[in-house]
Design a binder for this molecule. Structure first.
Ligand code: HEC
Length: 200
């Protein structure tokens, strides 16, 4: 025989109502956001990397996907962002095709510091250097064609113009000695900017 459920206390009623209102608002906000994303013709996040592929680069992009690079790397929205690994979008603005090719074949001597995975032995990326040379060259071409625009997180140069945010970060985190030792890249690049592809 069912017992009468205990009536809610006034405090409980208020609590459940408030919680319910939150859930309803969250659902409405989510629907509005999805609707906005689906119908807006402006990108929600500005795309700050771009690529124009040559025929060899196109081939390389295929090899990049089938030869297991995406288990550790990310490029063109493929692959992983996990932990220690490198996001290769924009790598073509930091490295030349020759450097990338040399790295893929002979990572230890090319890298300039200790490598973790790209080296011979029981290493998870040891197989990379053993791939056929023409595949590695195509991959190097592909990667070198992944350019980042100025101001993207993968670009070697900061955004154009004054940035109070960067100023305050430098002020907070850069030790005083650095001022004598290094030149601020923003002072260096005053006149002509290297063309990092601002054309939209
Ligand atoms: C097991 C994980 C793993 C796999 C698989 C892997 N990489 Fe890497 N990659 C790394 C790590 C870690 C580094 C940093 C160097 C190091 O410590 O080995 C790196 C560095 C690189 C760099 C240098 C980036 C830079 O600017 O310093 C390139 C280029 C690169 N990988 C390309 C590739 C390609 C192409 C493949 C597939 C054929 C591949 N990697 C497969 C983990 C991996």
């Amino acid at each position: 025989m069912p017992t009468n459920p205990q009536p809610l206390k006034p405090g409980e009623k208020i609590l459940f109502t408030v919680a319910g209102v939150f859930v309803v608002f969250a659902v409405i906000a989510f629907i509005i956001m999805q609707f906005f994303i689906a119908t807006s013709d402006k990108p929600i996040f500005e795309q700050k990397t771009h690529a124009d592929f040559s025929a060899e680069g196109q081939k390389g992009s295929e090899y990049f996907r089938v030869e297991g690079c995406t288990t550790c790397h990310r490029a063109l929205r493929n692959g992983t962002n996990m932990g220690r690994t490198a996001d290769l979008d924009g790598v073509g603005s930091r490295r030349t095709v020759e450097w990338i090719y040399a790295f893929l074949i002979n990572p230890v001597d090319t890298y300039g510091s200790e490598t973790i995975d790209h080296r011979p032995g029981m290493r998870a990326a040891a197989h990379v250097a053993l791939l056929p040379k023409e595949k590695l060259h195509a991959i190097a071409v592909f990667l070198s064609e992944l350019k980042s625009d100025q101001g993207s997180s993968s670009a070697p140069v900061p955004p154009k113009g004054e940035s109070p945010f960067i100023d305050s970060m430098v002020k907070t985190w850069a030790p005083k000695e650095w001022k004598e030792k290094y030149t601020d890249i923003r002072d260096k690049q005053q006149p002509a900017q290297p063309d990092t592809g601002d054309a939209k």
